[in-house]
Write a protein that binds this ligand. Structure first.
Ligand code: NDP
Length: 472
């Protein structure tokens, strides 16, 4: 008889957990998954997928305007939030079903319940106790909001996906992926949007040209982007919310949405008691194989706070399954992970920022292009596209590639392959462009940008001084 009830017990049915469970089962392991909330996790339910659907919805506002220059006259337009919400919810329900079927068809047992670790081989789940040879923590992350008085009146992205009505005026707090994406979504759907970021320029960690370009474009569209601005307290006032900022000024809005980061969802599930080491943010400390400080307990995805992106979690989960049950120990390479911010316009990025490349390599050549995309010659829209390549001078290798403009994610995905292969600028140049596209700019850049007159500031690592953030 087997020593344990399961070979592999996965806590969390999100992207990383589901992939690990399915692959482990395909290798012949006896697998169970516990999910207390919704199959598919953040990405499917309150993240990537519904967010992208909302971005499409929001972008129609500009598409309708742009159509005029191409000869179209459109009739009266009306946007119905409840219809978008219902269609989005139906699609998410379909995807929940797909995940459920995928797991069951792979022979994975599903517990629709919260699981806690009792000891290294024992899990309590849904009122029963089960044992497992290996445990995977794939519990994801959860939004955190600063401890400002009145923060309980605010929402996070979790609630933004289910609002009963679209606010006329909304304040978005934060300057990361989620904040810029939602500022664009709300604006496109017709809300008046004020975005507050505590520092001098949002998207810390992204290339400076990207940050400046997006700030300029969002402002041009009519989003009230305010830097060095932070909320000190929030009060309810006549059916609206009133925010008092650190400089004493006041804002009123129907909704205030915090997008001030996410924390690993790892507390209160018995990990520390079982000897699993967590860092100060609660992330499970893991090695290159995603193994925690307890030999048979692994962790992947946002619970480990490495590169918090769905496709990375999926790879990490797959690698754990191959390592444990496929006879193929697999480490994850977190270098040169491409990503896209679905702001409007969108950002695509892979490799190093200019500042990081200068820090690492000293001499670099920078190629930069800023232009109005062909479409906007007729639409009349004053939107600029920015593209940038950073080349290590000694080897000629392209070490960073960044873009702000339409379809940035679609374009940078392909460039990501070239960068992963170590392509040089000469190889970019030897590639024939596809005309007319914006993407062809990446293979036709000839002039290097002038060297900066001053040494660029090293990229800030440290967190700003600010309020503590608490999971909500
Ligand atoms: P981020 O960590 O990207 O950004 C958090 C933002 O909130 C930063 O601008 C930060 O400022 C600010 N902030 C933090 N604490 C405070 C505070 N106390 N007061 C005021 N502002 C504060 O988190 P997000 O919530 O935007 O996204 C979470 C993660 O989800 C991302 O890191 C990303 O990995 C992932 N994600 C990916 C997406 C994609 O791939 N398209 C989309 C959405 C999310 P500062 O920079 O000054 O610290």
């Amino acid at each position: 008889m087997a020593k344990y009830d399961h070979d592999f017990f996965v806590i969390g049915g999100g992207s990383g957990g589901v992939r690990a469970a399915r692959i482990a089962a395909s290798h012949g392991a006896r697998v169970a998954v516990a999910e207390e909330r919704y199959l598919g996790g953040t990405c499917v339910n309150v993240g990537c997928v519904p967010k992208k659907l909302f971005v499409y919805a929001a972008h129609f506002a500009e598409d309708f305007e742009d159509a005029a220059g191409f000869g179209w006259t459109l009739g009266a337009r009306r946007f119905e939030w409840p219809r978008l919400l219902a269609n989005k919810n139906a699609e998410i329900a379909r995807l929940n079903g797909v995940y459920d079927r995928l797991l069951r068809d792979s022979g994975v047992e599903i517990f629709e319940a919260r699981a806690t670790v009792a000891d290294a081989h024992t899990i309590e789940v849904g009122g029963t106790t089960v044992t497992a040879g290996h445990i995977l923590v794939a519990t994801g992350g959860w939004p955190v909001v600063p401890e400002v008085p009145g923060a309980e009146h605010a929402i996070t992205s979790n609630e933004a996906f289910f609002l009963d009505r679209l606010p006329e005026r909304v304040v978005v707090v934060g300057g990361g992926y989620i904040a810029v994406e939602f500022a664009g979504i709300f604006h496109g759907l017709g809300c008046e949007v004020i975005q507050l970021y505590r520092g001098p320029l949002f998207l810390r960690g992204f290339d400076d040209d990207v940050r400046r370009t997006l700030a300029g474009e969002m402002t041009k569209k009519g989003i009230d982007v305010r830097f060095d601005a932070d909320i000190e307290r929030i009060e309810q006032a006549d059916g609206a919310l009133r925010a008092t900022l650190a400089d004493g000024s006041r804002l009123e809005a129907e909704r205030i949405m915090y997008a001030t980061g996410r924390a690993p969802n790892t507390r209160g599930i018995g990990l520390e008691e079982a000897g699993v080491e967590l860092d100060e943010k609660g992330a499970v400390a893991v090695d290159a194989y995603s193994r925690s400080s307890v030999e048979n307990i692994f962790a992947v995805g946002d619970a480990t706070d490495r590169v918090n992106l769905t496709p990375v979690a999926i790879r990490e989960g797959h690698a754990v399954a191959d390592t444990l049950f496929g006879g193929n120990p697999t480490m994850i390479d977190h270098a040169d992970v491409p990503s896209c911010v679905f702001s409007q316009p969108s950002i695509g990025t892979v490799g190093l920022t200019e500042a990081r490349a200068r820090e690492r390599y000293g001499a670099v050549d920078v190629y930069k292009s800023e232009f109005r995309a062909l479409k906007h010659t007729l639409s009349g829209r004053d939107e600029r596209t920015m593209m940038k390549l950073i080349v290590e001078r000694a080897s000629g290798r392209v070490v960073g590639c960044h873009m702000v403009g339409a379809d940035a994610g679609e374009i940078i995905q392909g460039i990501g392959i070239a960068i992963k292969c170590g392509a040089t600028k000469a190889q970019f140049d030897a590639t024939v462009g596809i005309h007319p596209t914006s993407a062809e700019e990446f293979v036709t850049m000839r002039e290097t940008a002038p060297e900066p007159e001053h040494e660029p500031e090293p990229e800030p690592e440290a967190e700003h001084e600010g309020h503590d953030r608490v999971p909500v």
